[in-house]
Design a protein around this ligand. Sequence first.
Ligand SMILES: Cc1cc2nc3c(=O)[nH]c(=O)nc-3n(C[C@H](O)[C@H](O)[C@H](O)COP(=O)(O)O)c2cc1C
Length: 308
Amino acid sequence: MNIGKFKLKNNLILAPMAGVSDVGFRAVCIMCGADYGVCEMVSAKALIHNSKKTIDLLTTSKYDKIKVAQIFGNEPDVMAKAVQHPALAKFDIIDINMGCPAPKIVNNGQGSALLKDIALAEQIIRACVLVTDKPITVKLRVGYNNGENVAVEFAKMCERAGAKAITIHGRTKEQGYSGQVDYDTITKVKQAVHIPVIGNGDVTDADSYEKMLKCGVDAVMIGRGAFGHPQIFADLRNKKSKKTIYYVKKHIQIDRKYFEDKTIQKELIKHFLWYAKGCKSTAKLRVEIAKQNNIDDTINLLEKNLER
Ligand SMILES: Cc1cc2nc3c(=O)[nH]c(=O)nc-3n(C[C@H](O)[C@H](O)[C@H](O)COP(=O)(O)O)c2cc1C
């Protein structure tokens, strides 16, 4: 599949995940076969105000061969300014978040709130498309409330407005991250547009991957299925991968190039806990991990205990 001039080899993508898809984690997922990982979402408004914290979220490494940023906001002019911000200059593709269900986003009329205002969503996409030659893509959900399915209409609007691809997470905003993925809607979305469609939601193994592929999607995006297991991108391609500790060390090594240990230890505790899953005594190990305040000690602890 291609997005603009960018060619994907494996049609597998690591999802944007705030607080999770950091530069090191994206790199290990890419090593295992993800074509790219989308950076954590950034606020268009914070970006145009040059927030350092926001710009830090856009840290990339040599592993990000296809660099994809994701912005959120609901003001077309602010979104267009963000697209032109120098911090996004190095990016190849810019994705617009129209699916986030978090109250602090939705209550500002951003993220999945835009599913309820297709006219405004269209203005936003058009405003972004107008100011750049880079592919603009959109990530959306099935609809806002359960029973209000806007996906096909919304997807057609994205295509009309100039989006070069869309990602559909097969859930409503009301569902959040649980309940059934709506494969039927993903299939209908794929049939309704001519731009590439990336399917997303609950892909964690070969069976769920197969289910998603049956929708006819051009590529598959994986989020939680990669927690503690970047090797999922190798597993799904029937490729060999290395043991988890190898990726733990790489993840940290790459993050250490850009961030201080103090920040990494704080931000990566969730990753350490996920990496610990699947051990004989995961619960005990997790308690020990939570007590650590030094990265090297944490790595040693994982090295001694990880079996997979
Ligand atoms: C911790 C977390 C953070 C997320 N942050 C973002 C985000 O920044 N942007 C976005 O579009 N989606 C975000 N999502 C949604 C995921 O990209 C994805 O659509 C969702 O998790 C469903 O895919 P999965 O079942 O493979 O996890 C986030 C999900 C999680 C669990």
